[in-house]
Design a protein around this ligand. Structure first.
Ligand SMILES: [Zn+2]
Length: 251
């Protein structure tokens, strides 16, 4: 009886708090099935800022990575990762800016699809240095091809079924993000895996907020912050454990 009353009052206060957020224009109602969530003005601004501030640093980070590279393969993977990092923040910020300002609306859909598609590219690019530069016998290259093939299929799916089957889209991100990690069993030298696992965990926790538009205020901006923190872990790990003359394994 006590617990029933406690649950009832908790649900009631949650609904009242959320109504308060909506009245204060900190959050809108959830999107109807098949359509996209419409952020409030402050949510739009938070979405732009939380990725916009990382465009220039991601460019510098990419250049720094290339500077650290010692072999042609290290150089190539640094370019791929650095470009994917920049593409992620640029596409995301452009999409959120177009949605907020209402300018160039004919491009909005293109950048919305691009914003989601770049996640597939970024996942594949995040695996690329590990699968290429770590000595993983034949597993590395096979998994690398599979990851990029899955990313291409993900983008085709995104283009074809944009905003339909949203849960399937999220499951695809998680599957593509998590499954290739199984290939670590073939890794002879496992240095850097702790940071990789931490980064992966941060992304997975972030997915919870990715699905909370209209349930929590600023949910999408919070997701953006998780993306940045996950990417920072992975970036640090790649620089420390995969690049430079002291990290030459399979390359
Ligand atoms: Zn976003």
């Amino acid at each position: 009886m006590y617990y029933t009353r406690w649950i009832h009052s908790s649900v009631k206060s949650y609904i009242e708090t959320m109504d308060g957020f909506r009245k204060a224009r900190l959050m809108n109602c959830r999107a109807r099935p098949g359509s996209a969530y419409v952020p409030t003005d402050v949510e739009h601004i938070a979405n732009m800022v939380t990725h916009g501030i990382w465009i220039l640093p991601s460019f510098a980070a990419g250049v720094w990575m290339v500077n650290l590279a010692h072999t042609p393969l290290q150089y190539l993977t640094s370019v791929i990762y650095g470009m994917a990092l920049m593409a992620l923040f640029i596409t995301s910020t452009t999409f959120h800016t177009i949605s907020y300002t209402g300018k160039c609306m004919s491009w909005k859909n293109v950048f919305h699809i691009g914003d989601r598609a770049v996640i597939y590219i970024f996942i594949a690019a995040s695996y690329t240095p590990w699968l290429t530069l770590k000595d993983m016998q034949t597993w590395g290259m096979q998994t690398l091809w599979l990851v990029w093939l899955a990313a291409v299929l993900g983008i085709v799916y995104q283009y074809t079924f944009h905003e339909k089957y949203k849960w399937l889209e999220t499951i695809l991100y998680v599957v593509l993000g998590a499954c290739p990690a199984v290939s670590v069993v073939a890794m002879k030298n496992v240095s850097g895996l702790t940071e990789m696992a931490f980064g992966g965990m941060v992304y997975i926790i972030g997915v919870f907020f990715f699905k909370c538009d209209g349930v929590l205020p600023f949910a999408h901006a919070i997701w953006h912050c998780f993306v940045f923190v996950g990417a920072a872990f992975h970036y640090y790990a790649v620089c420390k454990y995969l690049l430079g003359p002291h990290n030459v394994e399979a390359s």
